[in-house]
Unconditional design. Sequence first.
Length: 378
Amino acid sequence: MKKNNITSRLSSLTSTFACAAMIIGCGNSQGKLEDDADLEIVYEASVLHKENVSSQLTLPGELEGYYETGIAAKVNGYIKKIRVDIGDRVQEGQLLAELEAPELISQLTSAYSEFQASEAVFLNTRGKLIRLKQTNKTPGAVSPYDMDFAKTSLTSDSLTRLAAKAKYESIKQLSDYLKITAPFDGVITERALAPGAFVGPGEKTGTAILKLKKESKLRLHVAVPEKHLAEISIGDLVKFHVKSFPNEFFQGKITRLSRNLNVMTRSEIIEIEIENKAGKLLPGMYAIASIPIKRKTQSMVVPKSSVVTNMEKQFVIRIKNRNEVTYVDVEKGEDQNENVEVFGDLNPGDTLVNSASDEIRQKTKVKIVVVTRGDGEK
């Protein structure tokens, strides 16, 4: 009976060890499957293709009058009267100011007298020649010398008359400058002098009497960075806003390119022409312009998450031979919402990892699933 009890206990222990071994075995098998599942990471990838790239370039600028000029005197004189003031709108040819110059008026009177005297001498000489010609119809009545002398005198007096007339007209033109008129339509923005002030070329400071700006049409000059110059064309519409009207957008058209690159700023000045007939905008206003940028050819575009930037370089991960990791150095271009333009040794049809990281090592093999961007799995 004692032997049976021992046998029974040995059988029970054997069963216990067997169960424990099975439990341990099952536990090890489950842990191995879980580890294998963790190591087999599947990365989403997409096929590279070219797209049309466009964006908005936001740049500051300052509004300028289409024409801006300082109104100065062309002759020496004293301001007699100023007929306009700051803020006045004027028309082309309108009288703005009057000058007085006694010396110039004296010169004009003298020149007119000289012209009239030379005119009288010329008419007298011409009359003599006419009478000599009539007398010369009688043979021997007039000597050849007298005829030649009369003709020479007429020529000389005619030239003297022309010189006196030119002098008179020249001084008369200068006297016309005593009345200063507007060279174009616009608004008076500054008045620097008052009646009684000496003005003209002889005035050492060269201060303009008035400043006139054409505000019915404005110019906006903007400095565009060198890398965007090929994407801007004459005729492109540009929207902009100013601080005075923060919730309102205005529009202009690119009319001129300076065709000159500033080597200090690496930029080119472009000119935007703006119609301002309502006069809402003013010269000198600070503007923020949105310039449309559009590539003339298609470019490579990838998700922003495809580009890895670290301390050493900037790259994307291309999958070679369906599973081999290859780094390709790139440079970023224009942002396209969730995507970005890139430049590098890439070709349409390349497969790139969508969510790249430098933890995915070069030359390693990974498992990927190719999807179409924005449409789910391909």
